[in-house]
Design a protein around this ligand. Structure first.
Ligand code: AVJ
Length: 332
């Protein structure tokens, strides 16, 4: 077992403010439809609230994906093989990653995450559970190409991107991410890179909306935490009590949307800039795209990955897809 110090690659200003967060928030609040990229939901508090969401009775994705990982270990082992470096995009939760590592017995595990504290905690827990696997956590924004530690340079790679996090991105951004994953996972030293990716499926609207607007209000807290984070980290004065969580299904784009809706008119400041909201106006805070078998395959192909195998849970709610980096020239 070996754990490296995380390599810090997040760009902060003199006051410790994450520059990209401030820029995204200021730009997003200036738009006609206010919108903030979903990745900023996941500070330490937000990551903890998301963990709580995964235990909710209405939130099926985590249970469905875990069921697949638990049931299909033998098939993963056959198709993926042992001795790879598993590169996880977003650091592993306590349940899913061990199921994969146990099934395929890799040489190294490289969790990438923008949230340093969560990253180090989960990396340490994994390192303890898997004494034969070298663990190299990297604190980084995986939306861009990430320089992997030298120690894994010569190992064949398996990218692991569970949770349907790809569904948080609009297709254009999802394709950019899939392409930068290819770049991160590198050329073909020791075998073409593979990607094991979770993608949630289109299903009954009531089931989807309940999963994102639970009766206990945990998802609401998760959404409102973004406003609280802006107030904490960017000198914000958003009146959080004047916002409410909504999660409508957008059928045209096959996605659940999360919004923070103003319950009254108000003005506020963020990082010295003034903004206002009208009653009923919303800040769009997250998309969660849902896929069919074909739409999932099309997205992967557009990002440079050829689907090779697909599994769903017993309730047909969620899919896990194994894809291989597409060859440069693919006839016809
Ligand atoms: C982290 C992308 C899997 O879209 O289902 C859960 C985040 N947001 N409830 C999802 C989320 C509200 C989640 N993922």
């Amino acid at each position: 077992m070996k754990t490296e110090q995380g390599i810090a690659l997040v760009d902060r200003d003199e006051k410790g403010v994450v520059r990209a967060f401030r820029d995204d928030v200021l730009q997003g609040l200036d738009q006609y439809q206010k919108a903030i990229p979903a990745r900023w939901l996941y500070d330490d508090a937000g990551s903890q609230l998301f963990e709580d969401i995964t235990d909710l009775p209405e939130y099926y994705p985590t249970r469905s994906e875990t069921e697949i990982l638990d049931a299909r270990g033998k098939e993963f082992a056959e198709l993926i093989g042992t001795g790879r470096a598993v590169v996880e995009f977003g650091s592993g939760s306590s349940v899913k990653t061990p199921l994969l590592l146990r099934a395929i017995n890799p040489s190294a595990y490289v969790p990438l995450d923008i949230s340093g504290e969560f990253l180090r905690e989960s990396a340490a827990a994994l390192a303890e559970k898997f004494p034969d696997v070298d663990v190299f956590p990297v604190e980084a924004d995986f939306m861009r190409e990430v320089q992997l530690p030298d120690e894994v340079a010569d190992l064949p790679k398996l990218g692991f991107f569970p949770g349907s996090t790809i569904g948080n991105m609009v297709p254009r951004t999802a394709v950019d991410l899939l392409r930068s994953m290819r770049a991160t996972l590198g050329a073909e030293e020791g075998g073409r890179p593979l990607l094991l990716i979770g993608m949630d499926l289109v299903k009954d609207q009531q089931v989807l909306e309940a999963a994102y607007n639970d009766s206990r209000g945990v998802t609401g807290e998760f959404n409102l935490n973004l406003a609280r984070r802006i107030n904490r980290e960017l000198d914000g004065t958003i009146p959080v009590d004047a916002l409410r969580h909504t999660a409508p299904w957008n059928d045209d784009f096959a996605r659940i949307e999360m919004h923070l809706e103003a319950l009254e008119d108000f003005d506020f400041e963020v990082a010295g800039k003034r903004f206002s909201m009208r009653k009923g106006e919303t800040i769009h805070t997250e998309n969660s795209h849902k896929f069919t078998r074909r739409s999932a395959n099309t997205l992967l192909l557009a990002g440079g990955w050829t689907p090779q195998a697909r599994w769903t849970d017993s309730g047909d709610r969620f899919s896990l897809i194994l894809a291989e980096a597409t060859e440069k020239r693919d006839a016809p």
